[in-house]
Design a protein around this ligand. Structure first.
Ligand code: IVH
Length: 704
């Protein structure tokens, strides 16, 4: 059985050298880590890693999947549709699932789509196939439920089956009627896209920059972030817009065709995209695609393709679905937008963990309507591989949501006197040596070069302080990047403990430009509220390499108190010690994480920093999961609808009791919990001799 064995990380082993088992473990770790980063970036707009590190995780995930296609996980970042459900909103089940679309990337695929529809419906050669072609809005989809003409629910797409109840926020959007005009069905779910206009996005980011707040990457993320604010008054200020295009549950027939339905949407008071067009052949659809492609840069909202929909509803019904996407529609995506410009200089940025990240500064160029001045060059090896040089004309690309990238240099336009870029081996912020570590076991070199200056490096110090106060760590409101930098420069905050001593420096604070008694009191209050913190957040806040939120939680649960944890870490400095063995034996903590943890404790300045900090704050213990629970260490699968709780709650509960929750039944399953309307899983479980329990038996097992 798999589940009893401790899962180790194999992150230092080159992809070519991974065994099947190691690859599976790596894919599991990467899926969880990338999902956590995505959530911080997209949902909370508070990323905690540098781009280069994030890119490296994704690239590794891709490379492992390419070598082991059979191990691709359902929850892999490469398979994910939509964003995870944010915490803090009620989860709602969609009355009818919110579907996704099949994609076409070239004209052949569009011809094939129309031909397939014809074959499926056995249409005669002369029979026209009316389609509605619509711009594919790059926003987030939403389901709006009206009962007797009044808006009663607004829900995000979520995973397509259940999303978040964002009704209060939806009510702040001017484009969305709270009462329908004219005659409307008693129950009507209107589906469409919430988006932010480009100019509103730019204005908002400018204001955020001025306030020292993190910037949103693009209008889609900002629309999504704005809609998921727990405080509707924040959403109200964000200028969100809406286009309707479809329906979910409806108590009367929706009409005859998509074209007619769009007309009804307008009559009920919804905005419908003005560029929609009727087409009757693949060629006409493709002409529309080209036209929209040309108009794209001039539109005040982002689109990422065109959607073709078979218009007749009776045909749509006959065509049905294939794997959560309708057979009657297809999204024809635009290629990534590229442009040429001159690379003026390469700057090296230094992050919290000392990672040196190269950033390309470009002659400003418009790519798909957005002015781009900077792009990522990923890392030293990428610059060498692409031989990108200062002065080169380079091709840059914006692919969907990511930060612009430098794709390649254009050698024909290279200045004669150009020289290859030499990556510095000294930190640009503090002058310390910057090195690339080699893994002693595998001999592979880290792609990232790091500054060895630790806390004497101003860049690292400020980045670490920022991390320390960030949302998942100490969560101190009102202490943004700008303030930390200024306080650090003026020596008001040199180390984390200084933050908690700011209350003794209120005179110095009040005399600063832009500060007054009130704002200082507010800041000091926010700090005071965080003087007590849970051990998991505390460990995460220290910003130790590879110790993200999940790892910090594991450590906190294992060691319980801050005293026990610190003592164990000191004991583990000796690689042969029982304490080190105990550390490595924790499920999901491997030798390389242990190495980073002990390296942190081996530094005297870190130990001093901890002592100093602990003299200011109180760290509360975290309860370990009940090891005595009968399901601890067991693998559990849920099937069917549970009466007493939602699926995610059941999963969280089981995990908190130490069980592993799997999606499908296999030989290693210990329990299958069956709710109402179970599917084929129950049959399979019985065949495999897996213990099948009812929801009630399950509740008894876990103690009510
Ligand atoms: S139709 C079955 N129409 O694209 C109907 N979707 O990749 C599914 N989208 O989740 C949606 N503009 O968020 C449709 N005119 C449009 C759209 C559109 C944008 C989004 C929508 C959907 C995603 C699928």
């Amino acid at each position: 059985m798999q589940c009893g064995a401790a899962v180790k990380t194999f992150d230092r082993i080159a992809v070519e050298d991974l065994t099947d088992e190691q690859a599976a473990a790596e894919l599991e770790r990467l899926a969880a880590e990338i999902a956590a980063h995505d959530r911080r970036y997209y949902v909370e707009s508070a990323p905690t890693v540098e781009d280069a590190e994030y890119d490296a995780l994704r690239l590794r995930n891709e490379a492992i999947e390419a070598r082991f296609p059979g191990l691709i996980r359902d929850d892999s970042p490469s398979q994910r549709v939509g964003a995870p459900v944010a915490e803090g909103f009620r989860t709602v089940r969609h009355a009818r699932p919110m579907l996704s679309l099949q994609n076409a990337f070239d004209p052949d695929a569009v011809h094939e789509f129309v031909a397939r529809v014809r074959r499926f419906l056995s249409l005669g050669e002369d029979e026209p196939v009316e389609m509605v072609a619509e711009p594919k809005i790059d926003g987030l989809s939403i389901s709006l439920r009206y009962e007797k003409g009044r808006l009663v629910l607004g829900a995000t797409r979520g995973d397509g089956t259940q999303g978040e109840d964002v009704t209060a926020n939806i009510r702040t959007i001017g484009d969305i009627p709270s009462r329908l005009k004219g005659d409307a069905p008693d129950v009507l779910e209107v589906r469409g896209e919430i988006y932010m206009r480009r100019h509103d996005f730019r204005d908002m980011n400018e204001a955020r920059e001025a306030a020292g707040e993190p910037l949103y990457a693009n209008p889609r993320n900002s629309a999504s972030g704005s809609l998921r604010q727990l405080d509707p008054s924040v959403t109200a200020r964000r200028k969100l817009r809406f286009f309707g295009y479809s329906w979910g549950e409806i108590s009367e027939p929706a009409g005859d065709s998509q074209w007619a339905f769009l007309e009804r949407l307008k009559a009920w008071g919804f905005p419908v995209n003005p560029l929609v067009r009727r087409c009757t052949s693949a060629d006409e659809a493709l002409a529309f695609y080209r036209e929209i492609g040309e108009a794209r840069a001039g539109l005040d909202y982002e689109i990422d393709g065109v959607v073709y929909k078979i218009s007749r509803f009776d045909w749509q019904e006959r065509l049905g679905m294939v794997s959560r996407a309708p057979r009657w529609a297809i999204a024809h995506k635009f290629a990534a937008e590229q442009a040429e410009t001159v690379l003026e200089r390469i700057e090296i940025q230094v992050g919290r963990t000392g990672a040196l990240t190269p950033v390309a500064y470009l002659a400003p160029v418009t790519v798909g309507g957005v002015v781009v001045r900077r792009a990522t060059l990923h890392n030293e090896d990428e610059i060498a591989r692409k031989d990108v040089r200062v002065g080169d004309t380079v091709v840059i690309q914006r692919a969907g949501d990511v930060i612009p990238q430098v794709v390649s240099a254009v050698p024909a336009k290279r200045p004669k006197d150009s020289v290859p870029f030499v990556f510095p081996d000294r930190c640009p912020a503090c002058g310390s040596l910057a090195v690339r570590q080699t893994d002693p076991e595998t001999g592979t070199q880290d792609v990232v070069r790091r500054c060895t200056g630790g806390l004497i490096c101003p860049a690292q110090a400020v980045e670490r302080l920022k991390h320390f106060v960030s949302r998942a760590a100490f969560d101190i409101e009102g202490l943004g990047r700008k303030h930390i930098l200024a306080f650090w420069e003026d020596e008001l905050i040199k180390s984390p403990a200084d933050i908690f001593r700011l209350k003794n420096r209120t005179d110095a604070l009040e005399s600063r430009e832009g500060w007054g008694r009130q704002s200082v009191t507010k800041l000091v209050d926010a700090i005071e509220q965080r003087r007590t913190i849970g051990l998991d957040r505390f460990i995460y806040a220290l910003g130790i390499r590879q110790v993200g939120e999940a790892t910090a939680r594991l450590l906190a649960r294992h060691y319980g108190t801050v005293g026990a944890w610190m003592e164990a870490m000191m004991g583990a400095l000796d690689p042969e010690s029982p304490a080190r063995r105990d550390l490595i034996a924790i499920d999901q903590i491997g030798p390389s994480v242990a190495e980073d943890l002990t390296a942190f404790f081996a530094e005297e300045h870190n130990r001093r920093l901890l002592d100093d900090l602990l003299s200011e704050i109180t760290v509360t213990a975290v309860e370990a999961p009940q090891a005595t629970s009968p399901i601890s260490g067991k693998t559990v699968v849920f099937t069917g609808t549970l009466e007493s709780m939602g699926r995610s709650e059941a999963k969280a509960r089981a995990e908190s009791l130490g069980a592993k929750v799997a999606g499908s039944v296999s030989g290693s399953t210990d329990y299958l919990v069956v709710g109402g309307k179970p599917g084929s899983k129950a049959t399979k479980a019985r065949e495999l001799g897996v213990t099948v329990v009812s929801e009630e038996e399950w509740r008894e097992l876990i103690g009510g």
